[in-house]
Design a protein around this ligand. Structure first.
Ligand code: FAD
Length: 531
């Protein structure tokens, strides 16, 4: 069962070691543990629904609460602090594609606003219920989770859009195939959500991001059906797939999705390397990208992230051994930068790619520490988000920001992001612990992903105010540095004020016209992405 006011499966928990508690106390002070707002109080507070009756729509208060938010930190503060104010009037639960059409017709007839709901893992406010005079309906796609067709000759699979990552891979793997799209939210996010938020998976360097994997499909818009055939390539004008990618529910409901699949690879290995400094690591991973080495993933942590991860999730004895080994190899633990590198494919290809890569990493003073670290990462890669629950329960909030910039800007932007975050709570005399990594590495540049932890305030209103202060300062810094406001999380409401800086007024105008064409009454997820 999913946790109603936190991340993931309610039966899974990740503990913090004594060392981790000590580290947090030293960095930030004793956590400010706050009691959670009880579920029963929410249930009592949910107002009467404004929707007319429909057999496919539930107006049950718990269902409405569960569909009133995503997983952003501001969603959490609202939910756990009891200050969430708006809830959808009902939740539509279609189980066939015809049901979706039926719901859209019903919504048109009664002037109802629709928020498509995939896995509910948005971290930028995509699912917030807007202030509306019209009734608001959350349209859950969870009942649409079937594999419709698998075509091995064309390496294409057609799914209903609500299928969650785990179930999608289970269905493909049973037939010897994989999509290979692994965002960290993989277990709980949906195929449709991935497409319309332009999501990136951890092994995107091998399989491609969702924009490469999304081959076509069907989108039901209030204005009619948009069908996109899965051409292997086409020069017939602008590619309509790219209008759907990143549309964030504004154009319509994506119902069927065709994806490009691969055979299950013979090898899928991850290795751990340590560098004596950030510059060594950055130059090494840039060199790999420049040379076109076929790695499947790279994650280069700065020294702050390396230290934090080893303390928060590492086994104490093994970490001590590792540090001793690194010191022997001339890498002091205060400067060490951890790099995970993965190779995926046939045995021969993986062998060649690994040999070539290791030779380059070695030239940049990389020290290989064996396979165990990579194996441990693979095994636990979807457990890290559970730390959000543990940290909150111990009085700390955690959030992330991400962008992508060209190589000349990578280090200055990363430093500017960390500096501005670190100083953001100075007016409150509070500290923030921030650390970063590069994960999606391109020949032209890289994504930057920063995580920050700070103490909860005494009231949820105050915690929200602090979060808003950090978010605004860091978003402005990203724009000023010339980065995109999002490499993978999308725009939602949190990044909306910064979109025009990168699209320009003509770009914003084109998008407005597009949404006005497919949804003239502005009933599809209004106020997200664009005003
Ligand atoms: C712990 C954690 C880790 C994460 N890691 C990653 C990561 O590694 N990479 C990454 O890219 N993102 C990551 N995310 C962000 C999030 O998982 C992605 O944005 C994901 O693509 C959202 O998918 P979803 O199914 O949960 O969509 P939802 O959150 O349900 O919806 C997101 C948006 O898509 C719209 N939508 C959903 N389904 C449809 C549909 N069928 N038709 C039309 N509109 C639809 C919604 O209306 C909304 O606007 C992470 C989030 C969390 C909480």
């Amino acid at each position: 069962m999913q946790q109603w006011n936190g991340w993931g499966d309610a039966t899974v928990s990740v503990d913090l070691s004594v060392k981790a508690h000590t580290l947090l106390r030293e960095l930030l002070g004793q956590g400010n543990v706050r009691a959670d707002y009880p579920l029963e109080k929410y249930i009592d507070r949910i107002p009467a629904s404004r929707l007319p009756h429909h057999p496919l729509i539930s107006t049950h208060p718990k269902k409405r609460l569960d569909h009133s938010h995503g997983q952003s930190l501001s969603d959490w503060i609202g939910l756990r602090g009891g200050i969430l104010q708006r809830f959808p009037d009902g939740v539509a639960l279609p189980v066939t594609l015809e049901d979706v059409t039926e719901i859209l017709d019903f919504s048109k007839k009664h002037n109802i606003v629709i928020i498509p709901f995939g896995g509910g893992t948005s971290v930028v406010g995509h699912l917030q219920v807007p202030e509306e005079n019209r009734p608001v309906l959350s349209l859950s796609l969870k009942g649409l989770n079937r594999l419709i067709e698998l075509n091995p000759a064309n390496l294409l699979a057609t799914f209903e859009s609500g299928v969650l990552g785990l179930e999608l891979e289970r269905q493909l793997m049973a037939k010897g195939f994989t999509l290979g799209h692994y965002p960290q939210s993989f277990e709980f996010s949906s195929l449709g959500g991935w497409v319309v938020t332009r999501s990136s998976g951890q092994q995107s360097s091998h399989y491609g991001s969702i924009e490469q994997l999304f081959a076509g499909g069907e989108l039901i818009t209030p204005g009619g059906l948009l069908r996109i055939p899965p051409f292997p390539g086409s020069a017939a004008g602008p590619d309509l797939r790219h209008l759907v990618l990143g549309s964030e529910g504004r154009m319509g409901v994506l119902t069927r999705v065709l994806v490009r699949i691969s055979k299950i690879p013979e090898k899928d290995d991850v290795y751990g390397i340590f560098f004596p400094s950030w510059d060594h690591g950055r130059d090494a991973v840039r060199a790999l990208a420049e040379m076109g080495i076929p790695y499947s993933m790279i994650r280069l942590s700065n020294s702050a992230e390396t230290m934090t991860n080893l303390t928060l999730v590492g086994q104490e004895k093994q970490v001590a051994l590792l540090k001793r080994y690194l010191r022997l190899r001339g890498i002091p633990d205060t400067k060490a930068c951890m790099c995970l590198i993965g190779f995926t494919g046939t045995r021969r290809l993986v062998k060649t790619a690994r040999r070539e890569s290791f030779s380059i990493l070695h030239q940049h003073k990389g020290v290989y520490v064996g396979k165990a670290m990579g194996e441990a990462w693979k095994k636990n890669r979807f457990r890290a988000p559970y730390l959000r629950n543990t940290l909150w329960d111990n009085g700390y909030a955690v959030d992330t920001v991400e962008t992508a910039v060209t190589w000349d800007k990578v280090t200055p932007t990363l430093k500017a992001i960390e500096n501005v975050i670190e100083g953001s709570l100075a007016p409150w005399n509070e500290k923030i612990h921030v650390f970063s990594h590069l994960s999606h590495i391109y020949s032209t540049g890289s994504s930057i992903y920063s995580t920050f932890i700070f103490r909860l305030a005494d009231t949820p209103e105050e915690t929200l105010e602090r979060w808003k202060t950090i978010k605004k300062a860091v978003s402005q810094t990203i724009v000023k540095a010339g980065g995109t406001i999002s490499h993978q999380h999308g725009v939602g409401v949190d990044h909306k004020p910064y979109l025009e800086a990168e699209k320009g007024s003509i770009g914003i105008g084109i998008l407005k016209q597009l949404f006005a064409h497919t949804d003239p009454e502005k009933r599809m997820n209004p106020s997200k992405l664009l005003s």
